[in-house]
Ligand binder design. Structure first.
Ligand SMILES: Cc1cc2nc3c(=O)[nH]c(=O)nc-3n(C[C@H](O)[C@H](O)[C@H](O)COP(=O)(O)OP(=O)(O)OC[C@H]3O[C@@H](n4cnc5c(N)ncnc54)[C@H](O)[C@@H]3O)c2cc1C
Length: 552
């Protein structure tokens, strides 16, 4: 199908290259590497001044079935097991089953290629299990990979400060973090040493290693350069109009354009229109659905637009990122001695379920009361016994409690501070304490769901159920957070964007959060977003490089 024609008078062209990649997250970096190695002259565009997007601040894990590192942790895998596992979780709501098969068949090939042809090195953290490891085809570890520490200062030189890394996660690998959780000895001084030497781990390490791959290839990246429109000639996408620091530029792409410019979580109008409830993004504030709007203008078919990568989020109001409130990962709700209540003072789900699924409960509609009773913030309630055992973000056990964390000597006073019904909160905690005494949660089955203790060998009442009775009491606000949206352009197995009236749009590709999540609304394991972003980014770049060049 032809792309919807536009008549941008773009001559003379400011630049002509073979393939233009928009975005420098996992999808964009993989696309650029594959396009270059496929023989194309490649130009990469990045709207922010920093390289790396959400990928740079992430955990950096790709989830890769049947990968070769599984043997290193003694776990076998097969195509059939991976497909059965994914089918169990998607419940038939994936945009296209063919993409799942393609993913299972190609993801391991793609990460092998990147490990062989770039400085990226991966390993399998030995205790990081699939998020639903007890379901058919689930694995106790091995599918979630992580980047090895990367020496950014030595390898990247002047580029190092321009690459994103997490503003709040300590520089520990997932393997080291897993050991710490299991109570095994970990030398925490490594965190300071890595910061001093600028050795990057997690998403910062992934981006640094892949970007070094681009530098080694001489691929040019223009930062502060925002793609604003696609150029269409004779039914094919043949370039981009961009806003660069020097002004508006017209770029010709002989073989194709890859939209790897993330989701639309920072575009409030699109979130309202498609997701339908307000959400708080944990990503850097640049993913505004630019790619979606460009692609819609030329006739792209969309899928999965209601869906997000959900993540219950917390805020320390003293910490900002790029001038905005920083929403961070919430990591306490699965631990014994906590419950989460809604604004009516009632529990509403098993607090410890996998993060992507937990946030779906925020959107529940009650047709009797005509209300969204769980709309965020919800409140994580715990007592002083818990407070003195666990860090609450930057608040360490034994340190003074800051004013921004509501706390009070009684549950009734705590309820008044957070504006919920005191009687309801007291009743909820009293009931919970009877469950704690029995070691059983008959309402929401704490201690039975795999993710509640996914990296410590599986669930148990001991790990998840404990009383809340030692004053003072605390309430931590839990927000409806997202790592990103995951609805977008529907693609073929080679990343070509589908036209809404059938066929594809020649010359246009999409990958990562700009495309419709291959898994639909589900999240099989750590890395279920970066895995497909790398894979379909790579396949897009390779396919684009193989196209016949179009001349202006
Ligand atoms: C704290 C945190 C931890 C996470 N951990 C993991 C994990 O371990 N594993 C996992 O799978 N997922 C994880 N995620 C989610 C994951 O990071 C993202 O879903 C994934 O990185 C998205 O990759 P992407 O390439 O599609 O987009 P991004 O990485 O967001 O990159 C998109 C880029 O496009 C740029 N851009 C946007 N518009 C334009 C434009 N018009 N022109 C030019 N450039 C543009 C953006 O600035 C950005 O740099 C995590 C997320 C967060 C926030």
């Amino acid at each position: 199908m032809d792309a919807t024609e536009n008549d941008l008078d773009a001559t003379p062209w400011d630049r002509r290259v073979d393939v233009i990649v928009v975005g420098t997250g996992a999808a964009g970096l993989a696309a650029a590497i594959a396009a270059h190695d496929g023989g194309a002259e490649v130009l990469v565009l990045e709207k922010a001044d920093m390289i790396g997007g959400t990928t740079g601040v992430s955990g950096g894990m790709p989830w890769v079935p049947c990968n070769r590192h599984m043997a290193e942790v003694g776990v076998g895998d097969s195509r059939e097991e991976a497909l059965a596992y994914i089918a169990r979780l998607t419940l038939g709501r994936e945009p296209d089953p063919a993409l799942i098969e393609r993913y299972v068949d190609k993801a391991t090939e793609v990460v092998d290629y990147l490990e062989t042809h770039t400085p990226l090195r991966l390993s399998a953290p030995p205790s990081f299990s699939d998020y639903f490891a007890d379901q058919v085809g689930g694995k106790p570890c091995g599918r979630s990979l992580e980047p090895e520490p990367f020496d950014a200062r030595t390898e990247l030189g002047e580029w190092a400060p321009r690459l994103r890394t997490s503003p709040f996660m300590p520089r520990l690998t997932m393997a080291e973090g897993g050991k710490f959780q299991m109570g095994e000895p970990v030398d925490l001084s490594i965190i300071g040493q890595r910061e001093a030497a600028d050795v990057r781990v997690l998403g910062g390490g992934l981006v640094a290693a892949l970007f070094k791959g681009l530098l080694d290839r001489g691929v040019e990246t223009l930062t502060g350069t925002r793609a604003v429109d696609l150029v269409v000639r004779e039914g094919s996408v043949t370039g981009l109009v961009v806003d660069a620091p020097e002004g508006r530029l017209h770029l010709w792409a002989r073989r194709g354009v890859v939209l790897a410019c993330g989701g639309f979580e920072w575009n409030a109008d699109m979130v309202k229109a498609f997701v339908g409830r307000p959400v708080h993004a944990l990503s850097p504030p640049y993913n505004e659905g630019d790619g979606h709007r460009m692609a819609m203008r030329v006739g792209a078919e969309l899928g999965n637009m209601y869906s997000v990568w959900g993540q219950p989020a917390v805020v320390d109001p003293t910490v900002t990122y790029e001038g905005r409130t920083l929403y961070q990962f919430e990591v306490l709700r699965n631990l014994a001695g906590t419950v989460m209540v809604n604004r009516h003072g009632e529990r509403f789900t098993n607090e410890g379920v996998a993060y992507n699924d937990m946030t779906k409960a925020f959107g529940t509609f009650d047709p009797v009361t005509i209300d969204y009773p769980n709309r965020s913030p919800a409140w994580l309630i715990f007592d002083d016994d818990f407070r003195q055992r666990w860090p609450i973000m930057s608040i360490l056990p034994g340190s003074p409690t800051p004013d921004w964390l509501p706390h009070a000597p009684t549950l009734g006073e705590l309820a008044a501070l957070i504006d919920i019904d005191a009687g309801a909160l007291e009743q909820t905690i009293s009931t919970w304490n009877t469950y704690a005494a029995k070691g059983e949660d008959p309402e929401f089955h704490r201690g039975t769901v795999w993710w509640e203790a996914f990296s410590t060998g599986g669930p148990s009442a001991k790990k998840s159920i404990g009383p809340i009775h030692q004053p003072p009491f605390y309430a931590l606000a839990i927000h409806d957070g997202v790592l990103g949206t995951n609805g977008g352009m529907r693609i073929t197995v080679d990343g070509e964007v589908r036209h809404f009236e059938g066929g594809t749009i020649p010359g246009l590709y999409a990958a990562g959060n700009a495309s419709a999540n291959v898994f639909g609304p589900t999240y099989p394991g750590g890395g279920a977003t970066i895995g497909p972003a790398l894979t379909f980014g790579f396949l897009s770049g390779r396919h684009a490089a193989g196209q016949t060049p179009r001349q202006p």
